[in-house]
Design a protein around this ligand. Structure first.
Ligand SMILES: NC(=O)C1=CN([C@@H]2O[C@H](COP(=O)(O)OP(=O)(O)OC[C@H]3O[C@@H](n4cnc5c(N)ncnc54)[C@H](O)[C@@H]3O)[C@@H](O)[C@H]2O)C=CC1
Ligand SMILES: O=C(O)CCC(=O)C(=O)O
Length: 448
C-alpha cells in the first residue's frame, strides 16, 4: 500500500487508534497515498512529526443537546465540533445535521477541510461539526429549539478569531439564522462567528451559490487546460438536490451543458429535456419536499426509486453532489461504460477508493472534492473578510473572486502534480499543494 516507511508507520498508528472510524481512515489513506513523493522530498516533515500531528485533531468537543419537541417530550441528541488544525488560520468548516453523524464522520470531514481550506489560498484552518439530529419531518419550531440548544453549548468553543462554523448537509440559511441568533443572545456580541448568514445580518452575496458554481468553474477550467474542452454541448448527471447540487445544475446549464438528473436519498429524476432548476428550487428550498415531486410537475421527467441509478444514465460529465461514498466501483464502471469522460466531486468524498481506481484506469478527468468543492468555504472566507471590513461586496465582485480562486486551485494542483512527478494528476496535486502549506506552517510554529 505505502512504500515510504514514515507514512507506513504513521498510518499503522492511525489504524490502531481510529480503527472504528472507517470514513476517517479512508480520507487519511487517500491523502497519505498522494504524499509519498512529498514526504520523500521534505525530510523536515518527519523530523517535526508533521504527519503524526496532522491526523490528530487539536481538540474534539462532544456534547449533549437536550431539547423539547412539539409534544413536550424531551429529546436528546449528540453534538460535535472537531477543531482539527489551526496552523494557517482559525478553524473553519461546516455543521452537518444528519442521523449518520458520529465522531468518525466529523473527523473525516474535518481532515479534508484542513487541505481544502489551504487550497483556497485564504487563511483558514480546518474544523467540522454537527449532530445526529434528523431535521426530516420536524417543525420549524422544533428546528429552532434544537439549534438554540446546540448553540448554547457550542458558543463557548467558537468565536470570530478561533472557530467559524457554517452549513453543510441539512444546515442552510434557516439553521444558520437560528444558530447566529442564539450566539448573539448568549455572548452579547455581533460578530462574523458563522458564515452563510442571511444577507440582512452579515451574509455574503453568492455564498448560497458558491459551492455549486465553484464546482462548475473548476470543471470548466480543468476541461480547458487538460482536454481543450468545456461544458458546451455536454450531457451532465448530477446527484443530490440540495444546496450544492442545485447551483451546480444552474451553472452547468448556464455554461451550455444539459443536466439530465437530480436525486435525493429515495430516488432520482431523469429529465431528457434538461432539469428545470427553478422547479428544483421550489420543491427543495421553498417546500422542503421530495425530488419525486419534480416528475409530478414536469411532464418530460421520469422518477426512479433508488438513488444509485443516477450513475447508469449516459453522460459526458458526472457531478456527485449528495454525500460520501455515493459512487462505488460498480457505479463507476457503469459511468465509464456509458461514455462518461469526467467526474468532478461536489460532495465530500463521494467516490469510494475503488471508484477512483476505475476513473484513473480509464483516463477520466477526475476532480477531487477537496479541490472542486472548495468554492463554498472560499466564499465563507470572503464573508469573514467582509464582516471584518464592515462592508458588503456586490454579487459580481464575489463571483469573480470565486471564479479566480477555483482557477487558481486547478493551476496550483497541476503545478504540484508536476513538481512531484505526477503530471496531470489533479488528486495528487490537490493533496500535495494543500498539505505543503499547512505542513510548512506547522514546522515554522514548533511542536504544538
Ligand atoms: N453546502 C456547502 O457549502 C458545501 C457542501 N459540501 C458537501 O456537499 C454535499 C451536499 O451538501 P449540501 O448540498 O450542502 O446539503 P443539503 O442538505 O443542501 O443537500 C443534501 C442533498 O443530498 C441528498 N442526499 C443525502 N443523502 C443522499 C443519498 N444517500 N443519496 C442521494 N442523495 C442524498 C439530500 O436529499 C439532499 O438533496 C455534502 O457532501 C457536503 O458535505 C461540500 C462543500 C461545501
Ligand atoms: O463554508 C464553510 O465554512 C464550510 C463549507 C464546508 O463545510 C465544506 O467545505 O465542506
Amino acid at each position: 500500500m505505502f512504500t515510504n516507511e514514515y507514512i507506513k508507520r504513521v498510518y499503522a498508528q492511525v489504524e490502531q487508534r481510529d480503527g472504528d472510524q472507517p470514513e476517517f481512515l479512508q480520507a487519511v489513506k487517500e491523502v497519505f497515498e498522494s504524499l509519498e513523493p512529498v514526504v520523500a522530498k521534505h525530510p523536515e516533515y518527519e523530523k517535526a512529526g508533521v504527519l503524526e500531528r496532522i491526523v490528530e485533531p487539536e481538540r474534539v468537543v462532544k456534547f449533549r443537546v437536550a431539547w423539547t419537541d412539539d409534544e413536550g417530550k424531551v429529546q436528546v441528541n449528540r453534538g460535535y465540533r472537531v477543531q482539527f488544525n489551526s496552523a494557517i488560520g482559525p478553524y473553519k468548516g461546516g455543521l452537518r445535521f444528519h442521523p449518520t453523524v458520529n465522531e468518525g464522520v466529523v473527523k473525516f470531514l474535518g481532515f479534508e477541510q484542513i487541505l481544502k481550506n489551504s487550497l483556497t489560498t485564504l487563511p483558514m484552518g480546518g474544523g467540522k461539526g454537527g449532530s445526529d439530529f434528523n431535521p426530516k419531518g420536524k417543525s420549524d419550531a422544533e428546528v429552532m429549539r434544537f439549534c438554540q440548544a446546540f448553540m448554547t453549548e457550542l458558543c463557548r468553543h467558537i468565536g470570530q478569531f478561533t472557530d467559524v462554523p457554517a452549513g453543510d448537509i441539512n444546515v442552510g440559511g434557516r439553521e444558520i439564522g437560528y444558530l447566529f441568533g442564539q450566539y448573539k443572545r448568549i455572548r452579547d456580541e455581533y460578530s462574523g462567528v458563522l458564515t452563510g448568514k442571511g444577507l440582512e445580518f452579515g451574509g455574503s452575496l453568492a455564498r448560497t451559490e458558491a459551492t455549486g458554481y465553484g464546482v462548475c468553474y473548476y470543471t470548466q477550467e480543468a476541461l480547458r487546460v487538460l482536454k481543450n474542452d468545456s461544458f458546451e454541448g455536454k450531457t451532465v448527471v448530477v446527484s443530490g438536490s440540495g444546496n450544492v447540487a442545485t447551483y451546480a445544475v444552474q451553472k452547468a446549464e448556464e455554461l451550455g451543458a444539459k443536466v439530465v438528473t437530480v436525486s435525493d436519498s429515495n430516488g432520482y429524476v431523469y429529465d431528457p429535456n434538461g432539469i428545470d432548476v427553478e422547479v428544483v428550487k421550489q420543491i427543495k428550498e421553498v417546500e422542503r419536499g421530495r425530488i419525486k415531486e419534480y416528475a409530478e410537475r414536469v411532464p418530460s421527467a421520469e422518477y426512479h426509486e433508488g438513488c444509485s441509478g443516477v450513475w447508469t444514465v449516459p453522460c459526458d460529465i458526472a457531478l456527485p453532489c449528495a454525500t460520501q461514498n455515493e459512487v462505488n466501483e460498480e457505479s463507476a464502471k457503469a459511468l465509464v461504460a456509458n461514455g462518461c469522460k469526467a467526474v468532478v466531486e461536489g460532495a465530500n468524498m463521494p467516490s469510494t477508493p475503488e471508484a477512483i481506481a476505475v476513473y484513473q484506469k480509464n483516463g477520466l478527468l477526475y476532480g477531487p472534492a477537496k479541490a472542486a468543492n472548495a468554492g463554498g468555504v472560499a466564499v465563507s472566507g470572503l464573508e469573514m473578510s467582509q464582516n471584518s471590513y464592515r462592508l458588503s461586496w456586490s454579487f459580481e465582485e464575489v463571483d469573480a473572486k470565486l471564479k479566480n480562486i477555483m482557477e487558481t486551485i486547478v493551476a496550483n494542483s497541476l503545478a504540484a502534480a508536476k513538481e512531484y512527478g505526477h503530471e496531470g494528476d489533479l488528486m495528487l496535486g490537490a493533496n500535495a499543494a494543500g498539505f505543503v502549506k499547512v505542513a510548512n506552517a506547522m514546522v515554522a510554529q514548533g511542536v504544538l
